[in-house]
Design a protein around this ligand. Structure first.
Ligand code: FES
Length: 87
C-alpha cells in the first residue's frame, strides 16, 4: 500500500494493495479518464511531481519511465510511500 497526494488540494488518498490508483481515486470522488486500464493507451497519463512510480505500463518509453515525472495510474504503482500527483 502507498499514498497519493493531490497537489492541487493537498488531499491524501491511500491506495490499498488490491486497488489500482485510479480505483482508489474514483472511490474518493476523483475521476481520471481511463480507457484500456492495462497500461497500453496512455489515456490516464498523469504528471508526477514527487515520489518514484513503479511503472507497469507498456505506453511510456524506457526513457520516459526513467524520468519519473509521469505515470499511468490505471496500472502503475509506487516505489516510494507517497506519490504527489498533478491533480
Ligand atoms: Fe490505458 Fe491507463 S487507461 S494506459
Amino acid at each position: 500500500a502507498f499514498e497519493v497526494e493531490l497537489a492541487r488540494t493537498g488531499r491524501v488518498i491511500a491506495v490499498p494493495g488490491d486497488q489500482t490508483v485510479t480505483q482508489a481515486l474514483s472511490a474518493a470522488g476523483i475521476f481520471v479518464p481511463t480507457s484500456c486500464e492495462q497500461g497500453v493507451c496512455g489515456t490516464c497519463l498523469t504528471r508526477v511531481l514527487d515520489g518514484i512510480p513503479d511503472h507497469r505500463d507498456l505506453y511510456l518509453t524506457p526513457e520516459e519511465q526513467a524520468a519519473n515525472d509521469q505515470f499511468t495510474p490505471c496500472c502503475s504503482r509506487a516505489k516510494t510511500p507517497r506519490l504527489v500527483l498533478d491533480l
